[in-house]
Design a protein around this ligand. Structure first.
Ligand code: T46
Length: 140
C-alpha cells in the first residue's frame, strides 16, 4: 500500500474565490480528533525541514499556498510527493520518517495534528527510527 494517502476537502468556492472549512466533529474528513494546528511559512530557499518520525502522532499536511515536496519513509519503502493543492491533505501516520524539501517562496504548509506538542514523541535520529521499524516480511 502506498505511503502517500490523500484526503480530499470540499472547496466551497464561488465567483469571489475559494474556501475550505475543516470543522471538528462534522464528519470524519480527518481520521482523528484535531488537538493542534500549526503552519510552516517563509521557509528559506534551499532549506529542508522535518528529518524525524513520530511514535504516536498522526498528522494531515495541507499546502494552502505555494508548494513543497514531502518524502515519506516507513523504513521499508520511501516515497515522495508534491504538495500544492489547498483542497488535498496528505495523511502522515505515526512511525513515518518525513522530510520536506523544495519549498516555494510563498509556501504555507498547514498541519493538523492528533496530539499536543510533545518533544518526547519525536524520533530525530534515522538509525533510532530504523531500529524501531518492523520489517514488512515479519508483520502479521
Ligand atoms: C512535522 C513536520 C511536518 C513547537 O514548540 N510546537 C509545535 O507544535 C511544533 C510543530 C514545533 N515546535 C517547536 C519545536 C522546534 O523548536 O518549533 C521548532 C521547530 O520545530 P521542528 O524543527 O520540529 O519543525 P519541522 O518543520 O522540522 O517539523 C514540523 C513538526 O515539528 C513535525 O511534527 O511532522 O513539521
Amino acid at each position: 500500500m502506498s505511503l502517500v494517502k490523500w484526503i480530499n476537502f470540499q472547496s466551497l468556492g464561488d465567483e469571489r474565490g475559494s474556501l475550505v472549512a475543516l470543522e471538528i466533529g462534522m464528519e470524519k474528513a480527518v481520521p482523528f480528533d484535531i488537538k493542534r494546528v500549526y503552519y510552516i511559512y517563509h521557509t528559506g530557499q534551499g532549506v529542508s525541514r522535518g528529518f524525524h518520525a513520530h511514535k504516536n502522532l498522526k498528522q494531515v499536511a495541507i499546502c494552502v499556498a505555494g508548494s513543497c515536496r514531502m518524502v515519506l519513509d516507513d523504513g521499508n519503502t520511501r516515497e515522495e510527493t508534491r504538495l500544492s493543492c489547498p483542497t488535498k491533505g496528505l495523511l502522515i501516520e505515526s512511525m513515518i520518517w518525513r522530510e520536506m524539501h523544495d519549498f516555494s517562496e510563498d509556501c504555507v504548509l498547514l498541519v493538523l495534528a492528533s496530539e499536543h506538542y510533545d518533544e518526547r514523541d519525536y524520533i530525530r535520529c534515522y538509525a533510532d527510527f530504523m531500529a524501531k521499524v518492523v520489517p514488512y516480511d515479519i508483520r502479521v
